[in-house]
Design a protein around this ligand. Structure first.
Ligand SMILES: [Zn+2]
Ligand SMILES: [Zn+2]
Length: 255
């Protein structure tokens, strides 16, 4: 319904290059050419954080991460096309763009096991109210549809906003997000496809080695936010955590 409305309101043109999309493609927001220009993040990389920088000795990017955070993978580099997609997801609230980005992710990132649960990186309640939605939740739900995996939308909460991280070094970013997340002790909710909340299980039901959690976020820069979210989950007893992001920003002066 919302998708149909968006189709009526938006011209059928590519979000990145503004070329007109054919009728058959009018569902998509990014044209096939721009899509093919997105650069996949490829190995060789650090087996844990997925950073393809050359490493000598232990990886500087992930050595401070909590042990439970075992692997992070990103689909594409944050070039112009990918950045336009993320921007649309973040600031225009289009559910179709979440689907477009999730399709790219599901093609490039291996699907987690069937027991995995997707966990969107939460916004603070205040920021989510102001924006009207959480872009990581939109992305997690779209990815859940691609991978046929449930989304636990309420397990993790953000207790405070953090200052913008753009200008910070990796170490300063970790300090900036310290203590920003908490795990709910009560029930977990899962949002199904028509947006209704369903309480699927007591939190404790997921505290088993089989409950692999997969954090979902739009962009990876240094992994500080993912690491802090994983730290909160680890402290709550979860031992198997990975993360996937759509984009990966290259880090200036980091090697
Ligand atoms: Zn295009
Ligand atoms: Zn690493």
């Amino acid at each position: 319904m919302i998708d149909a409305l968006e189709r009526l309101l938006l011209p059928a043109e590519c979000l990145v290059c503004h070329s007109l999309l054919s009728d058959a493609r009018s569902q998509d927001l990014i044209c096939p050419i721009c899509r093919s220009r997105m650069r996949a993040v490829r190995p060789p990389w650090c087996g844990r954080c997925g950073q393809p920088e050359p490493h000598f000795g232990p990886c500087r990017l992930c050595r401070e991460w909590p042990a439970a955070l075992q692997s992070v993978r990103s689909a594409v580099w944050l070039d112009d096309g990918a950045r336009a997609g993320v921007h649309a997801l973040k600031y225009r609230g289009l559910s179709r763009i979440a689907t477009d980005l999730a399709v790219v992710m599901s093609r490039l990132v291996p699907r987690p096991g069937p027991d995995a649960r997707l966990i969107p990186i939460p916004l603070s309640a205040r920021r989510e109210r102001r924006r009207g939605y959480n872009q990581s939740l939109s992305l997690a739900r779209a990815l859940g549809r691609q991978w046929q995996l449930p989304v636990l939308a309420q397990l993790l909460v953000r207790t405070r906003d953090t200052a913008t991280q753009t200008a910070l070094t990796p170490a300063a970013r970790l300090a900036n997000v310290a203590g920003a997340f908490q795990v709910r002790n009560g029930e977990c909710e899962m949002r199904n496809d028509n947006g209704r909340h369903e309480i699927v299980a007591r939190h404790s039901a997921f505290r088993t080695p089989h409950s692999a959690l997969v954090l979902v976020d739009d962009v990876f820069t240094t992994g500080a936010t993912l690491a802090e979210a994983a730290r909160a989950l680890e402290q709550a007893g979860f031992t198997t955590i990975s993360a996937v992001t759509f984009g990966r920003a290259s880090i200036p002066d980091f090697n």
